[in-house]
Design a protein around this ligand. Structure first.
Ligand SMILES: Nc1ccn([C@@H]2O[C@H](COP(=O)(O)O)[C@@H](O)[C@H]2O)c(=O)n1
Length: 337
């Protein structure tokens, strides 16, 4: 018997087969988090899709739309967004979309590298942007940290004080020259349809987490549902999708792709509620806030991320600011994106 999961009763939650949630939830709950890893997308999943009626930028957009980019570059970047209809076209198979995505990301990187962007400018742009995480992000990260669960998410914001050592970030890391200017992006190129255990250092990373056989996956695009593909030894996986846009048109496909779909929901409350259900198997369900405050009481002080240690190169500081730090996962904690 799976106890009622209060979070799933929220009006924004849609499930095609609610009954199918029972088994994975039961397994996840039974393990009390000991076997859990959370694999999450960042853009428009942990960050907001809209705020005050306006669309929020992706982590690329914050640079694209900023004053550090010339008008000409901005317009060229905008031209590239003509690829979006291909990205979101439900009729095209992923294999057909792939080359277009590679071309888009590659060209955007080339354009950005031609702009002599300095690390200070990047830090400033990110600071200005800083408010766009979904409400509840602190509860989310702190709860996972307090329970020793890493294996989380892509791209997390250190500025928000939530870059705990159990987080592993998979992203297109910037390459800053000795002059502090953006000169390239590190390989391999990561784009919307190749974020999985086969890319870059992920295979190693996931191998370290072999004991964590239950996955809570969070995404906002249909490509995100494959983020845990190839992870070794997975027993149960629960996929939660944020359906941000064109809700009516996309509902059916999202319901097929994800176990639970959150429609136009800018909060992380449902996710926090699920975590709280999984992590407090013994008794009643506290509210996520109660769990959060409990978690806070036990949190050790945050260690400085390696990029902020005194001896490190200033460029690494920038990488932290722009959410593209290259931290080695710390054994026993870790996290993914
Ligand atoms: N140069 C680019 C490339 C992609 N985008 C958009 O960012 C989004 C990234 O989404 P993830 O789910 O992979 O985090 C994606 O929706 C692209 O449309 C961009 O803005 N600029």
């Amino acid at each position: 018997h799976t106890p009622q999961v209060r979070a799933l009763g929220a009006p924004t939650v849609q499930m095609r087969r609610p009954g199918l949630m029972h088994e994975p939830l039961r397994t996840l709950r039974k393990a009390e988090g000991g076997c859990l890893q959370v694999v999450s997308d960042f853009d428009l999943t942990l960050s907001k899709f809209s705020h005050g009626g306006k669309r929020c930028p992706s982590s690329y957009n914050i640079l694209d739309n900023s004053k550090v980019i010339s008008e000409e570059c901005c317009s060229s970047l905008r031209t590239l967004t003509t690829t979006i209809p291909i990205e979101t076209d439900p009729q095209r198979p992923v294999e057909e979309k792939m080359p277009h995505m590679v071309e888009w990301w590659t060209r955007a990187h080339e354009l950005l590298c031609g702009q002599s962007i300095s690390w200070l400018q990047i830090a400033e742009v990110v600071r200005e942007w800083g408010t766009m995480l979904r409400e509840g992000y602190k509860t989310f990260f702190d709860t996972l940290y307090q329970h020793g669960i890493g294996d989380i998410l892509e791209k997390v914001i250190w500025q928000r004080g939530t870059l705990h050592p159990n987080i592993h970030i998979l992203y297109n890391y910037m390459d800053l020259g000795d002059d502090g200017l953006l000169q390239g992006f590190k390989a391999p190129l990561i784009h919307i349809f190749n974020k999985n255990s086969a890319v870059g250092s992920s295979a190693n990373y996931f191998r370290q987490l072999q004991g964590r056989t239950n996955i809570l996956l969070l995404g906002d695009s249909l490509g995100d549902r494959s983020m845990a593909d190839g992870v070794p030894g997975v027993q149960d996986i629960l996929k939660v999708g944020f359906l941000n846009d064109k809700v009516e048109q996309q509902r059916e496909r999202y319901l097929e792709a994800y176990d639970a779909v959150l429609e136009s929901d800018e909060m992380l409350d449902v996710v926090n509620g699920l975590l709280q259900h999984i992590l407090c198997p013994g008794g009643h369900e506290d509210t996520p806030e109660q769990v959060y405050h409990g978690a806070q009481a036990h949190l050790p002080p945050l260690p400085l991320p390696p990029c902020l240690l005194p001896k490190t190169h200033v460029g690494r500081l920038v990488e932290a600011f722009v959410k593209k730090p290259h931290f080695s996962p710390i054994e026993g904690h870790t996290a993914v994106s």
